[in-house]
Design a protein around this ligand. Structure first.
Ligand code: PGA
Length: 249
């Protein structure tokens, strides 16, 4: 049985003060459950404080980016050693907002993921199509290209440490969720691709999340699909009650 993995993505929301308020409120209501991993993807300035606030709980902390070099002249970027130093567990990589607004490509996504793995930070790699691509029926080709790029460049051992988050761009922040069938279809397709490249054992273990307007009201039907192993949750992860309701889907 694969574990479920629910990760919040706070994007560019909250200050450290409001992040700590969230942590205090969430700790009061959250009880760890066997087989369900929980993480929060927060802005860089909040990571250290959140790591401390969640010490001794089972809530993991994720960054929302990570650079592919150990150090260097890369103004505005953050390195794996910097994140490792404060104990960051995961890194969200290649979110569609990064691909769309900050020039992230399949190549930079892959380089970032490989560097994270080198430092024992677990990549959550985001893939997903635009509405035009779905309407044109090219969404499988696009997601295949995005996933193949990094799966081909990883060993089976490396691929065993990643999470893939399928997030159709037309469902992100729009309130328009993919139907459970649409989400399942693509997550199963991704698992099949991982099987072709790295074999059954890896594919059966691979954690594949769905993301895009996941909320308490639709979490159950999405998270009970056979190939959906969790969720990457934006808007609904900002409030402790909503986030918890998704975890308790
Ligand atoms: P949303 O965002 O849940 O607000 O749609 C998901 C994401 O961007 O990861």
């Amino acid at each position: 049985m694969r574990k479920k993995f629910i990760c919040g993505n706070w994007k560019m929301y909250k200050t450290t003060a409001s992040a700590l308020e969230f942590a205090e409120d969430f700790k009061k209501i959250y009880k760890p459950k066997e087989g369900i991993e929980v993480a929060i993807g927060a802005p860089f300035t909040q990571l250290k404080a959140l790591k401390e606030a969640f010490k001794g709980t089972e809530v993991a902390i994720s960054s929302q980016n990570i650079h592919w070099e150990d150090e260097g002249a890369f103004t505005g970027e953050i390195s794996a050693p910097m994140l490792k130093e404060i104990g960051v567990d995961y890194a969200i990589i290649g979110h569609s907002e990064r691909r769309q607004y900050f020039g992230e490509t399949d190549e930079t996504v892959c380089k970032r993921a490989l560097k994270a793995l080198e430092y024992g930070i677990l990549p959550i790699i985001c893939v997903g199509e635009k509405l035009e691509e779905r309407d044109a029926g090219t969404h499988f080709d696009l997601v295949r290209r995005q996933c193949e790029y990094f799966l081909d460049r990883m060993t089976k051992e490396q691929a065993a440490c990643i999470t893939i988050a399928y997030e159709p761009i037309w469902a992100i922040g729009t309130g328009r969720t993919a139907s459970p069938e649409q989400a399942e279809e693509m997550c199963a397709f991704i698992r099949g691709m991982a099987r072709e490249i790295h074999g059954h054992e890896l594919a059966d273990k691979l954690i594949i999340q769905y993301g895009g307007s996941v909320k308490p009201a639709n979490a159950h039907e999405l998270l009970t699909q056979p190939d959906i192993d969790g969720a990457l949750v934006g808007g609904a992860s900002l409030k402790p009650d909503d986030f918890l309701a998704i975890i308790n889907y």
